[in-house]
Design a binder for this molecule. Structure first.
Ligand code: GLN
Length: 488
């Protein structure tokens, strides 16, 4: 049997399983072995589900032998620890849920399992998905496989690091302001955030409900297309999931970029973007042009308001969503409370980390009677203006392209004490969340041996277009094939 199963993408592994080159049990054993070797130094996993994975792999092999293989039969992946998994710990990176075992599966988890996927474990993340560096996790920071002193980005940093280090070919993630795309950029992986409402949020622990969207981190856009096809679709259990036909995303990859109108946002290349990153991203835009895309400038005049807007809306929603963690129904409960108030205060005080508390306090403040109009209402109005800007831009172009993140991976510890600097990490990604648009980050080169991401945003339901654009780019550039030396 080949020793290099970990080097293959989902698409390649699927073909290998079909040909009978190896079994899912062999593949799962190989990846579990890699997780054992590298998992701890990267701190990418909170839970490894070896036993369940091997049992699922065995079932998948049997189904295949009986001619009943599903689309993902026997293909391994990992879940961000924000997705509820029945009988398996779901921590959300928090002490609050240190011992939480969900009685049900999230829809995303269920759909992937029904298609035959094998779950290797649950990945580390920023606490309640709040962060851009994975340093707010109760379980400690995740390390970037390209440089262990660096952050892999966040909040889906465990998923990104695990895919980048070839511990799993794919992992789920969630993106409220950039948490799939930014860690993908910082680890040289592909990160796809679909249109809001495309993928069910049922069983995905809520951070900011009007912005949260599930997606994937993979090694290629073709793999992202494969997984999205399984995850997408209406779910009656999520009132914000939209009834909209699910196209064949894999089939949509094959078209060329001839005539594709790609918009470049002028403000994206202003100050704030690292010079070397700018050069790498500009080069990637030329590749798109050489493939037949037509580049033009577009204006998003209110885009500079996206970070402040997000940091009013997201904390407001989080303060409401997280009020359920009170030590009574579920979550951490303080020992020996004196009375009910003491139980609430200490359970929440002990269960939540600093960043989560900062968000809850900000959110409570902007929603309070005297400040609602000045902050929350104003932010909602600006959110509309930003969405309108995108709407106008998409009348002229099919895709908006630019950098995913202002810098390559930064060192752990460098930004954690400066929330504002940390918040600016998502300056290029947050707009898509505020407007509910799909976005993808694909590797487009290196700066000082650290990966850089090209960010593509599409109009609502434009997943096929951004996947096709990213896929074409990957065929021409092959940056997505780069792997850190120690993990080849
Ligand atoms: N970094 C952003 C934040 O801290 C986005 C997080 C996310 O997308 N979950 O809120």
């Amino acid at each position: 049997m080949s020793q290099d199963l970990h080097t293959q993408t989902l698409t390649q592994l699927s073909a290998g399983l079909d040909r009978g080159d190896f079994s899912s049990v062999e593949l799962t054993e190989a990846l579990l072995g890699r997780i054992e070797t590298h998992g701890q130094s990267l701190n990418a996993f909170v839970t490894v589900t070896a036993e369940q994975a091997l049992a699922a792999a065995k079932r998948a092999d049997e189904a295949r032998a009986a001619g009943n293989a599903g689309v993902l039969s026997g293909l391994p992946l990992a879940h961000k620890d924000i997705f509820c998994t029945r009988d398996i710990l779901t921590t959300c990176g928090s002490r609050m849920l240190e011992d939480f075992i969900s009685p049900y599966d999230a829809t995303v988890v269920r759909r992937l399992a029904d298609a035959g996927a094998v779950v290797l474990g649950k990945t580390n993340m920023d606490e309640f998905a709040m962060g851009s560096s994975n340093e707010t996790s109760y379980f400690g920071p995740v390390r970037n496989p390209w440089d262990l002193q660096c952050s892999p980005g966040g909040s889906s940093g465990g998923s990104a690091a695990a895919v980048a280090a070839r511990l799993t070919p794919a992992a789920t993630g969630t993106d409220t302001g950039g948490s799939i795309r930014q860690p993908a950029a910082l680890t040289g992986t592909v990160g796809l955030k679909p249109t809001y409402g495309r993928v069910s949020r049922y069983g995905m622990i809520a951070f900011a409900s009007s912005l949260d969207q599930a997606g994937v981190i993979t090694r290629s856009s073709a793999d992202a297309a494969l997984l999205l096809g399984v995850m997408a679709g209406f779910d009656e259990r999520d009132s914000t999931s939209i009834e909209h036909p699910v196209p064949d995303y894999c089939a949509s990859l094959s078209g060329s970029l001839k005539g594709l109108r790609v918009g470049i946002v002028r403000q994206h290349f202003d100050e704030g973007l690292d010079d070397k990153c700018a050069a790498v991203v500009k080069e990637s835009l030329q590749v798109l042009e050489s493939q037949g895309a037509i580049l033009s400038e577009v204006d998003l005049p209110n885009l500079d308001l996206s970070v402040p807007t997000y940091y009013v809306v997201a904390p407001a929603e989080c303060s409401s969503n997280l009020s359920r963690f009170d030590g009574v129904r579920f979550g951490h409960r303080a020992a020996d409370p004196e009375d009910l108030l003491d139980l609430y205060c200490r359970s929440r005080g002990e269960g939540f980390g600093e960043e989560v508390k900062r968000r809850i306090m900000t959110g409570t403040y902007v929603l309070s009677a005297g400040y609602y109009d000045a902050y929350y209402l104003k932010a909602q109005q600006v959110r509309h203006l930003i969405a309108d800007d995108f709407h106008k831009a998409f009348a002229e172009v099919d895709v908006i392209a630019g950098p995913t993140s202002p810098t390559p991976a930064f060192r752990l510890g460098d930004k954690i004490d400066d929330p504002i600097t940390m918040y600016l990490n998502d300056i290029y990604t947050i707009g898509a969340n505020l407007a509910g648009l799909p976005g993808i980050s694909t590797p487009c080169g290196f700066v000082d041996d650290l990966p850089v991401g090209l960010h593509l945003v599409g109009p609502h339901w434009g997943e096929e277009t951004i996947l096709r654009c990213a896929h074409n780019y990957e065929q021409a550039s092959a940056w997505h094939e780069a792997c850190p030396e120690e993990y080849r």
